[in-house]
Design a protein around this ligand. Structure first.
Ligand code: NAD
Length: 489
């Protein structure tokens, strides 16, 4: 093991409050910023998952018996630790994921906000009680689901795990998280901070690995619920495998988000929102704008987007994409579209950053004249690339949006309220933006798409997550025999 050449310690599983050193096969973790070797991550076996589940099952006894206020107290402390460690965590995210410092900092700030929502749980989960018949009372008690798991993608090493960790734990579950093997380092720091905040051993565990561990999670008889976030084909397989093993599963998949620009759209605001949506996190957001449908004459907006895009500098205000393979895949989409007759207005292929020759960069790319049959119009590209399609009116634009199989987000840019209403009513997506390029609902509203962007009922954050991470116990009580005999007796 060439530990000495790694910048960070080798990643280990975190089970029952301890980092476990085991001799597994490992994968190297490289920084997309410059290709440097950061660490290695274990490809764990099923026995490690069994150990983690056993620890979580043991911890569940006391953790689920604690009051929600007792559990929240630990998350207040954890929230403060996130604030204290904001800069360190942000730098780590930059290194392992490749995003800019500002984007990484925003991700940690969002993790703090998600933790704050979990801290408000005592105010959110008050019980319901009603005298349903003379002397007979019904009440609802919320109980944890049990040992649960969360499987996360590479694009948000901290925020996406925080979609599930604080809420699931505050609601009394114990948990196993399987992070992306491409970005396993942030979760190690999260585990340390949770422990420092006072989280009892076994409540939170990490098992690293790849497909085999994900399948083992779906099959494990003692795991009762799974949240998954990643690409659509894996989300589908996790949903099918997990539910066929009778688990509760919520699996969020990929996206192809459409922004519709009407001729009356505000020029500067639209151009800057569209471009930020395309290029933020190097286009590797499930909420990123990927296709823009320009209605009528929207050329001034397109010109402005191009003008601003040309000012962006990879390695400065545009981060890296996750790997060399991702860069090749993204550039192939651009070349194919060009070969099929689309016009590349701003070309981000072959982007290079001085002294970071081994980094994986794609510059902002704007392509006009894309037609709905092209792969770049239909598939998730996951890079800083905007495909522009043209349409004559909003109805035609909505037909284009509706015909894509995904349904995470869709936005319209207009000054016309009736057009905005039509967008809300007719777009086939779970999250709609009106003059907003990245319409992420903030808590207490919940996050989740439609169609091929999400499998399973409910959403992953906000109030909806309370339903996912709990089950209801309905209690019917009668204490006073003098209340008489009625149909409830
Ligand atoms: P991915 O599907 O490759 O990986 C996600 C997780 O699944 C990782 O932990 C990975 O180890 C595991 N995995 C990969 N292949 C697997 C397989 N064949 N069987 C079982 N498990 C497997 O996704 P990614 O590339 O890490 O992340 C990018 C994708 O995630 C994009 O499609 C993006 O749109 C999506 N995403 C969606 C949302 C959302 O809210 N809908 C949010 C973030 C990311």
């Amino acid at each position: 093991m060439k530990t000495e050449t790694y910048k960070y310690q080798v990643v280990q599983n975190f089970i029952d409050g301890k980092f476990n050193i085991n001799q597994f096969n490992t994968l190297e973790v490289h920084s997309p910023l410059d290709g440097s070797l950061l660490s290695s991550v274990p490809i764990s076996d099923k026995a490690s998952l069994d150990k983690a589940v056993k620890a979580a099952k043991t911890a569940l006894v006391d953790w689920s018996a604690a009051t929600v206020k007792e559990r929240v107290a630990i998350f207040y402390a954890y929230r403060n630790l996130l604030i204290e460690n904001l800069d360190r965590l942000s730098n780590l995210i930059c290194e392992e994921n490749g995003k800019t410092y500002g984007e990484a900092k925003a991700e940690v700030e969002k993790s703090i906000e998600l933790t704050e929502f979990a801290c408000s749980m005592p105010q959110m989960v008050g019980e319901e009680v009603l005298e349903v018949s003379r002397g007979v009372e019904c009440r609802i008690e919320r109980r944890p689901v049990g040992v649960v798991a969360s499987i996360t993608p590479f694009n948000f090493p901290s925020m996406v795990p925080h979609w599930s960790i604080p809420n699931a734990l505050v609601l009394g579950n114990t948990m196993i998280v399987k992070p992306s093997e491409k970005v396993p380092l942030s979760l190690v720091e999260i585990a340390k901070l949770l422990k420092q905040a006072g989280l009892p051993d076994g409540v939170f565990n990490i098992v690293n690995g790849d497909k085999a561990i994900v399948e083992a999670i779906c099959d494990h008889p003692d795991i009762h619920a799974i949240s998954f976030v990643g690409s659509t084909h894996v989300a589908k397989s996790v949903y099918i495998r997990g539910t066929s093993n009778l688990k509760r599963v919520l699996a969020l998949g990929g996206a192809k988000n459409h922004l519709i620009v009407l001729p009356d759209a505000h020029l500067e605001m639209t151009a800057s929102n569209v471009l930020a949506s395309v290029t933020g996190c190097a286009g590797q957001r499930c909420m990123a704008a990927s296709a823009m449908v320009a209605v009528g004459n929207s050329d001034p907006v397109i010109d402005k987007i191009c003008e601003e895009a040309r000012k962006m500098i990879p390695g400065q205000n545009l981060g890296a994409v996750i790997s060399k393979e991702a860069k090749e895949r993204i550039e192939k989409y651009i070349t194919e579209a060009e070969e099929q007759g689309a016009k590349v207005l701003v070309d981000g292929r072959n982007a290079k950053v001085k002294d970071k020759e081994n980094g994986s960069y794609v510059g902002p790319t704007i392509i006009d004249g894309v037609t709905p049959d092209m792969a770049i119009a239909k598939e998730e590209v996951f890079g800083p690339v905007l495909a522009i399609l043209r349409s004559n009116n909003l109805k035609e634009a909505l037909n284009i949006e509706n015909s894509n199989p995904y349904g995470n987000a869709a936005s319209v840019f207009t000054q016309n309220g009736a057009a905005a209403r039509q967008m809300i009513d007719k777009a086939s997506a779970g999250m709609i933006g009106i003059n907003i390029g990245v319409p992420v609902p903030r808590e207490p509203f919940s996050f989740g798409g439609w169609n091929e962007s999400k499998f399973g009922a409910l959403d992953i954050t906000g109030k909806s997550s309370i339903e996912f991470w709990t089950q209801l116990k309905k209690v019917t009580t009668k204490w006073n025999p003098e209340a008489g005999v009625n149909w409830m007796s």
